[in-house]
Design a protein around this ligand. Structure first.
Ligand code: NAD
Length: 278
């Protein structure tokens, strides 16, 4: 069994972003990401700090806009303002939002050219139509890891657990674009284990610790664990790592798998958005 080293792949990607960002800076453009933070949620604060730290390392300016306590209309107008700001190339909005609002609702206020985390439903629609669009960073991270690990996707059976618009659906669309035969599972899927056991590549993005056990994994399958669950034992994924690792040919750990790649992909998207403006 091969452990997929998300930290290693993320580090290689950051080096590429660093070189390209330096080139852009020399031509007078400082790639800039604006992060709107409408919550004081601890996990979100941790994620935002990790974006800030990584952006600083690769030479991308990261501006955090603290909107804790703001109502939805204030958040939306800030996203519109940032969308119109010539000095900002990428705009993202963190969750949870006030009043249980969905990200897709406020995502409409981020213009697709700056929608570097694929929050605008237009971006998802463009992905579905096969047009150029920024995919959500996590979905892009899943596919990038598979590419880097040289996993054959054309003709492969891929099962994605989770149908959210930030992870499951866009990951499935990207994998479909790579000619995989994709099945999307969700909380109402009948006999989840049997469907997953067909997969050459299994992507788990349900947010349920220990959901994926050995009987979900076809011998030799590649398993990508997107889940992040806080438990008494610390951070764990959706996959029961010890037992799945006995059956899989390759598997991502949590932490150290998809997580580090997500931040790197966000910065890849920001760089691409800045380049497109030059
Ligand atoms: P979500 O709650 O929006 O969606 C979860 C999906 O999983 C839903 O479609 C639901 O139908 C499905 N699901 C839930 N329980 C299930 C079950 N028992 N069986 C089958 N399907 C089930 O979550 P999300 O935003 O898509 O995130 C999913 C997971 O990925 C979470 O753990 C989240 O923390 C993690 N995540 C990780 C990263 C990263 O960088 N690694 C980024 C984003 C999200």
């Amino acid at each position: 069994m091969r452990m997929i080293d998300g930290r290693g792949h993320a580090s290689a990607l950051r080096a590429e972003v660093f070189a390209a960002a330096a080139g852009l800076c020399e031509s007078g453009v400082e790639p800039t990401l604006a992060v709107v933070v409408p919550t004081d949620d601890e996990a979100t604060a941790w994620y935002v700090r990790s974006i800030e730290r990584t952006a600083a390392k690769v030479g991308i300016a990261c501006r955090v806009h603290d909107l804790v306590g703001a109502d939805i209309s204030t958040i939306r107008s800030e996203l519109r303002r940032l969308s119109a700001d010539e000095l900002v190339h990428g705009v993202i909005c963190q969750t949870p939002l006030p009043d249980g609002a969905a990200l897709a609702e406020v995502g409409e206020d981020i213009v697709p050219e700056k929608d570097v985390d694929g929050a605008n439903p237009v971006s998802l629609g463009r992905l579905a139509a096969g047009h150029a669009a920024f995919p959500p960073a996590t979905a892009a991270a899943v596919v990038h890891l598979l590419h880097q690990e040289r996993v054959t996707l054309a003709g492969a059976e891929v099962v994605v657990i989770g149908r959210s618009i930030v992870v499951g659906k866009p990951a499935a669309l990207l994998l479909l674009a790579d000619d995989a035969t994709v099945t999307i599972c969700h909380s109402r899927t009948a006999d989840l284990a049997a469907v997953c056991a067909r997969a050459d590549v299994l992507v788990a993005a349900a947010g349920r610790a220990g959901l994926v056990t050995a009987d979900f994994v076809k011998p030799g399958a590649v398993v990508i664990d997107v889940g992040i669950n806080r438990t008494d034992e610390g951070l764990v994924g959706d996959v029961d790592f010890e037992v799945a690792a006995e059956v899989a040919s390759a598997i991502t750990p949590v932490p150290g798998g998809v997580g580090p790649m997500t931040v790197a992909m966000l910065l890849v998207n920001t760089l691409a958005a800045a380049r497109a403006r030059v």
